[in-house]
Design a protein around this ligand. Sequence first.
Ligand code: SAM
Ligand code: SF4
Length: 334
Amino acid sequence: MNIPLIDPFARAINYLRVSVTDRCDFRCVYCMSENMSFLPKAELLTLEELDRMCSVFVGMGVEKLRITGGEPLVRKGIMTFFESMTRHLESGALKELTLTTNGSQLRKYAAALAACGVRRINVSLDTLDDAKFTQVTRWGRLAQVLDGITAAKEAGLRVKINVVALKGFNESELFSITDWCAREGHDLTFIEVMPMGDLGNEDRLDQYWSLKDLRARLRERFTVTELTERTGGPARYVRLEETGQKIGFITPLTHNFCESCNRVRLTCTGELYMCLGQEDMADLRAPLRASGDNAVLEQAIRAAILRKPKGHDFDYSRQKVDGQMTRHMSHTGG
Ligand code: SAM
Ligand code: SF4
């Protein structure tokens, strides 16, 4: 039996988020620039390498695997990977296999994902307005995403809608999105925009809509009960008494959630980021490719976990973006 992964601050690491591609069929304004250059294929972990990497993590106590990107469902052959992860669900070692997607490919893959043992998915959707959707995603089509969400529902997948709160953009849709989720039976989480991506991009501060403000707006129409439930991540939850809806808030900038952090992130090139808000990472591709013996990789993973920092340095508080990251969210996978 393997010794579980425990970091220097006594946090058990049992949640791995894996970015399987840096590519995407959208170009969301807060995530990518319009003219992105993507990694050459040889840089990426192959599907077999992703399988081996994830299996080693599962062997070391990872119980939850979230597949993300870029857009995970545009990676060629990705269903082979999901199918191969099913064996860890069946053995009981893995408790949850899930993904975060922009929804564009769900009509094609929802049933297959459900067959692989995926039960819940997160779909990112910032607006229900056709023109605004194209504005924020640049390349996306709302109808296709809504149809994908319908397909997910038909396949029996539980859907959580992730909305990035954007000042002056979807402020006016707060109630219509909330009502839509209530009608459709989707969970809903609001995310505060983070200072990722291009350094010096002033837009990111202009786009900032604090969730504190958003929550206050919700209280204008609903009776809001704070829930104590925690998932080890940055989300806090409330219940809207009138509808019974549970709403999540991810506020990485205004609240410190680091003390309970149970997760690490693997990029599509095999870099392990121990914290979303720090530059430090460990290259796991080299040990993976250096030897067919998993012990070498396990050793590299343990050494990396021992470098997991206490917390991140994001700070918007002085009207200036401190602790700003130079890498895009599509690199670390959000
Ligand atoms: N393509 C998939 C999607 O959009 O759901 C998965 C990858 S995407 C990078 C993961 C999440 O990160 C999405 O919910 C997206 O809205 C969020 N995201 C991207 N850039 C962000 C930023 N600067 N601040 C906050 N959230 C961001
Ligand atoms: Fe693509 Fe997701 Fe980034 Fe939008 S947020 S550009 S859908 S990776």
